[in-house]
Design a protein around this ligand. Structure first.
Ligand SMILES: [Zn+2]
Length: 487
């Protein structure tokens, strides 16, 4: 065996677990006894980059390598997210990578999920074919579940990257927001809500048409939709969904214009920037699962949560605004489709009102599942944003968790599972955004009578959109027959 403890493995630990600290850093894996410079085909592993995660590599044979996920910082319980590069490969070199220390046993790998790969010359992420991926209980690893995949390197000069899911880094978000800012939209505002422990930005964006004087003087309260994402750093699909929401709300789409004129959207796209940057799966820099600390966030231990909750509670107290929705976006590691968790209320009218939004979303998004959607007060979920805020905000606020599968969705019409792509996640976000129009039409706040300015040109070619079914009485139906949704 080659150097089994090459990377910061704490061999003095009295824990029986393998302790893996820090990411591998341009780590060349050579056969046992080999001393010279690495030759072509001696794989060089690296995870010292933003969102990188790979803690240790063991050489088993020229063909086979055991890979260890680096646990979340300050919290060894969570080991799911991986993201690393491999270079110095030989053309036609065949290998098997075994990921041996997952902290979860139940996994979408059982349902056919596979890791993603890209390389220098093919920069688009693709899934490794399911026939090359195995998920099984392994006697060599204390009967842990191991995910093994076979891969053949084909270009010597390429650097290959493997990841648990489509990465979405802190820098990617910063670039995205920088570009939006440069457009100088009147209805878009970006603020620094707080800094993280490692001095990263907690961004708050507000999307709303500035009110003219006439409306300002009216007694009408501002209706606020509050959306957060990425409290769990490994749940990268939540960032794509969130970006889909933002993309839609700032677009020229007629529905987006109506929404901006009538509602105020406040969005925190990344609640845990340090955890994201570090390549954690679940926790913050200090090892906290922030979505269990909403009840009493501390300014020093959970500064981003503290700032977010202060803002939310301030809006709740403000007599000039009505905080009507709080939606926290996550990704789910064992279930398919998009779906929601909501709260249970004694008041049946309230419970009924609470179920409207998911039902409307289900009509708009073919990947959204009412079957997976559920309303609960599970003790395990105490301390989540949805549960805590559902208990302390005004009765008119609807608090949900929006989940989307790390892997795939099944529609009511197709028998096959469709793996999600980055675009698929963003489409769910766009569908979430436009569902607010249906909601406010239903409650009578937004008139269903279209004004001439919001009726687009008719567009019917190949529309598979189902939203019109729910809105057949309404002139706004035409709005849905739009190429924006039919990709
Ligand atoms: Zn989550």
């Amino acid at each position: 065996m080659a150097d089994k403890r090459a990377e910061s493995v704490n061999s003095d630990s009295d824990s029986t677990d393998d302790v893996v600290v820090g990411n591998v850093n341009k780590f060349a894996v050579v056969p046992s006894g080999y001393t010279g410079k690495p030759k072509k085909g001696h794989l060089i592993f690296d995870a010292c980059f933003e969102c990188g995660n790979l803690g240790r590599v063991d050489y088993i044979s020229e063909l086979e390598y055991d890979l260890f996920i680096r646990p979340d910082t300050c919290n060894p319980r969570f080991r799911v997210w991986f993201n690393y590069t491999v270079e110095n490969v030989r053309t036609d070199q065949r290998i098997i990578f075994n990921i041996v220390n997952f902290s979860k046993t139940k996994s979408l790998y059982r349902e056919g999920m596979t890791p993603l790969v890209k390389s220098t010359s093919r920069p688009k992420w693709t899934r490794i074919p399911a026939k090359n991926v195995y998920y099984y209980r392994c006697p060599d690893h204390r009967k842990n579940y191991v995910m093994s995949f076979a891969f053949c390197f084909d270009r010597e000069e390429d650097v290959y990257q493997f990841s648990y899911c489509y990465p979405y880094s802190y820098s990617k978000l910063q670039n995205y927001l920088d570009n939006l800012e440069k457009k100088n939209y009147k209805f878009f505002n970006r603020e620094l809500l707080s800094l993280t422990v490692q001095q990263r930005r907690l961004d708050l964006i507000t999307i709303a048409q500035p009110q003219d004087n006439k409306q300002e003087s009216s007694d009408e309260k501002q209706r606020i939709i509050f959306i957060t994402a990425r409290v769990h750093p490994g749940e990268t699909p939540s960032s794509y969904v969130c970006q889909g929401i933002i993309d839609f709300l700032v677009s020229n789409h007629p529905i987006a214009k109506v929404l901006r004129e009538n509602l105020v959207f406040k969005i925190i796209p990344m609640l845990n920037p340090d955890g994201v940057y570090l390549g954690n799966y679940r926790c913050s820099l200090m090892g906290f699962d922030l979505n269990r600390h909403w009840q009493e966030p501390s300014p020093w231990a959970h500064p981003t949560l503290y700032a977010a909750k202060n803002l939310l509670m301030g809006l709740d107290r403000d007599s000039k605004v009505n905080l009507e929705f709080y939606i926290d976006i996550h990704a789910h590691s064992t279930l398919m489709n998009g779906f929601m968790y909501g709260n249970i209320y004694e008041d049946l009218d309230r419970l009924e009102r609470h179920s409207i939004f998911p039902k409307l979303l289900c009509g708009n998004a073919e990947d959204f599942s009412m079957t997976n959607t559920n309303f609960n007060r599970d003790a395990m979920k105490a301390g989540t944003g949805r549960r805590t805020l559902g208990g302390c905000l005004d009765e008119s606020a609807h608090c949900y968790t929006l989940e989307v599968s790390f892997y795939s969705y099944q529609t009511s019409t197709a028998s096959q599972f469709m793996p999600y792509t980055e675009e698929g996640y963003m489409k769910l976000g766009r569908n979430v955004a436009r569902t607010f129009l249906d909601f406010y039409k239903m409650t009578g706040y937004i008139s269903t009578k279209p004004s001439s300015s919001i009726v687009p040109k008719p567009y019917n070619i190949g529309s598979r959109d189902r939203a019109g079914d729910n809105n057949s009485e309404s002139g706004v139906k035409n709005l849905y027959d739009d190429p924006y949704y039919t990709r």
